[in-house]
Design a protein around this ligand. Sequence first.
Ligand SMILES: Cc1cc2nc3c(=O)[nH]c(=O)nc-3n(C[C@H](O)[C@H](O)[C@H](O)COP(=O)(O)O)c2cc1C
Length: 342
Amino acid sequence: MSNLSTRYMGLNLKNPLVCSSSPLCDDLDALRRMEDSGAAAVVLRSLFEEQLELESMGLDYRLSSGSHTGAEAPSYFPDMPTYNLGPDAYLDHIRRAKETLEIPVIASLNGVSPGGWIQYSKLIEQAGADGLELNLYDIPTDPRISSGELEDGYVALVRQLNSIVSFPLAVKLSPFFTSPAAFGVRLSEAGADALVLFNRFYQPDLDLETLDVVPRLHLSQSNELPLRLHWTAILFDHVKADIGITGGVHSPLDVLKCMMVGARVAMLTSALLTHGIEHLTSLLTGVHRWLDEHEYPAIQPVQGCMSLSSIPDPRAYERGNYMKVLQSWILRHDSGSPVEQS
Ligand SMILES: Cc1cc2nc3c(=O)[nH]c(=O)nc-3n(C[C@H](O)[C@H](O)[C@H](O)COP(=O)(O)O)c2cc1C
């Protein structure tokens, strides 16, 4: 049977399947089932800085972060005292997850201010987490803040955290940076041990009857994967940081595609919420089967074999692909509808 071992953010993993941050990881039984079903590591749900502030300011805390805060703003946050785990419970959860599992446990933090990130990174390290994923989910709604300022802030944060903690750091990014490749390189140079591509952007919907802006969370499908594959293929040859793909990994072939463009791990949430945690086992079986059929002794030689610099025609990932895609549609004159050219 092929050897699936991989290395991710300095951790030796038995295979490339990682359960990404989600409420599934709040439950110790679910974590145990993930390990039993073959997960090589788990990422716990993010601790949000709003939760830290809540604790330090008491339950009368009025949410005041963000530029659009007004009397209505707190209703856009979940009920903080009951949402997820508070900071102390979060640290306890790390300790208990570590006691329960053999596989690495990666914590996740979503901060707002440098102080919040720093204070809790240290506590998370002391609680025994094997690494920390920095979840950079933020919505820069202030048009006076330039992309350069934002990126400089994130890079400085990673550099600072890297000098303060000694466990590995991953950075989970959104795809909406002007140049994701340049930003990824800067984060890697600042000390990120891994880059996680990409955070999903949870766009709210509009209710036309009530004139409410309503939160919506749809689980992903495999059609979200190509965006991640594309940028991983581009970044692979330019960064020391390992790349993890999150978003749209559902099948064994999805996992293999992630590996081929250069990811060290493929992360899963929607697939597990849809098919159950035991889906991990069938993914591993499928990956083994494919590698055996194609006579690969291990996953490592597969990793990066279809990155930008490894494929014969790099235009497939560049501007040429755009033109080719546009040309692949022709208008059928009888119906007037576009069809894909064979
Ligand atoms: C219900 C739910 C809660 C999530 N919570 C977090 C979170 O706390 N922190 C985080 O970084 N990502 C969170 N995510 C995002 C997932 O970790 C993952 O990146 C995303 O769902 C894309 O992967 P998928 O296509 O496998 O679902 C959450 C996703 C879901 C569906």
